[in-house]
Design a protein around this ligand. Structure first.
Ligand code: BGC
Length: 347
């Protein structure tokens, strides 16, 4: 079968390989791939900055935003042939740490977790893949190809889950205004979930044209490309990973505000920063700044609920290009108006 593989650490080593099709062990689902979403993490892996092959292997099958159809299901697995599923990305560490032991692998304490298509486990960028039923999520048929957005939506659902848990530290706190920085797939899904919660939403991005401003406005949110004036949000969801944007996000919060960082940045950006002043502001205003990554099963279900409530036409506009597997090179080319690029698999 065909699979997209790379040599981690070696830039531009992506190729379409022929690898043996998996034969399902008795306790695994055999899934035929329908679609694969591509995200910033995949581009980082392609550039050689991130990613680790499975132990003893040189190459890694990439891809972690999956959608597939079950072709073989063990009896009593809770899954049936023909059902559509999405694979969970992360697997608990083998110890397991206290978080992984209770199914919160997204909060792994020792960093020894593995991730499909990213860290020490082959991903979903292949014609067929195996899934442990405990790490498969049924998506039903209603969303169609849009179900490929489940994984990025799960990451955003986790961010909102944790924002709300932090917000609950005060009986009086209410989130009214939200600023989302970055109108990529994660930013737009974060804005969608903020609107679904009834908040007033502002989205900041560099793009002056193309689908992003329209998509934001279609949510009833406000789109900004430059100066945010005196906007003082209760919550900032930072989705760019861009140092200057992060710095601004840290300084413009309302009292008792929450800043959730979701963008993975690279290092090497040095600047003068008044730590004392920053600390005083954080303390005197009860500001919480926290990072959020990955998702556990609960968040996949929250993601599906959010996607199910959203306007399918709006969701469909997030997928700006669908590229057949044979054209995989195009799929990994970055284009100005791209939001989410999805590779589709031959049936
Ligand atoms: C994935 C997460 C993963 C993270 C770090 C993101 O792109 O969506 O599931 O935990 O990368 O590897």
């Amino acid at each position: 079968m065909q699979a997209l593989t790379i040599s981690p650490g070696i830039p531009d080593s992506l190729r379409l390989d022929d690898i043996p099709a998996p034969t399902p062990p008795r306790d695994r689902l055999l899934v035929r791939a329908l679609a694969l979403g591509i995200c910033g993490t995949d581009h980082e892996i392609l550039a050689g900055h991130y990613g680790t092959a499975p132990p003893g292997h040189d190459r890694l099958v990439i891809g972690h935003e999956s959608l597939g159809v079950v072709e073989h299901a063990p009896p009593d697995s809770g899954f049936a042939v023909g059902e559509r599923v999405v694979g969970v990305v992360r697997r608990p560490d083998p110890v397991p740490c206290p978080a992984c032991a209770v199914g919160e692998w997204d909060m792994c304490r020792n960093g020894r977790y593995t991730e499909r298509g990213i860290k020490e486990r082959d991903g979903f960028g292949a014609g067929h893949f195996l899934l442990d039923p405990a790490f498969a999520v049924k998506v039903g048929g209603d969303l169609g190809l849009l179900a490929v957005l489940t994984e990025p939506a799960s990451v955003v659902a986790k961010a909102w889950d944790h924002i709300e848990r932090i917000g609950a530290r005060s009986l009086a706190w209410r989130c009214r205004t939200v600023l989302v920085t970055g109108a990529g797939p994660v930013g737009l899904l974060a804005a969608l979930m903020a609107v679904q919660r009834g908040h007033t939403v502002h989205v900041l991005d560099r793009a002056e044209h193309g689908p992003k401003p329209d998509l934001v406005r279609a949510l009833g949110a406000t789109y900004h490309t430059g100066d945010l004036g005196d906007l003082c949000p209760d919550v900032v969801v930072e989705c760019t990973g861009a140092p200057k944007v992060i710095l601004d996000a840290l300084r413009r919060n309302a009292r008792d505000g929450i800043v959730c960082l979701t963008g993975v940045s690279s290092g090497g950006y040095l600047m003068n920063f008044d730590v004392g002043d920053f600390n005083r502001e954080m303390v005197l205003e009860n500001i919480v700044v926290f990072g959020s990554v990955n998702a556990n099963l609960r968040h996949y279900h929250m993601a599906l609920a959010a996607l199910g409530k959203a306007d399918p036409v709006w969701l469909g506009r997030l997928i700006t290009r669908r590229v057949p597997l044979a054209g995989w090179r195009d799929a990994f080319e970055k284009r100005d108006d791209d939001i989410k690029v999805v590779i589709t698999f031959p049936s």
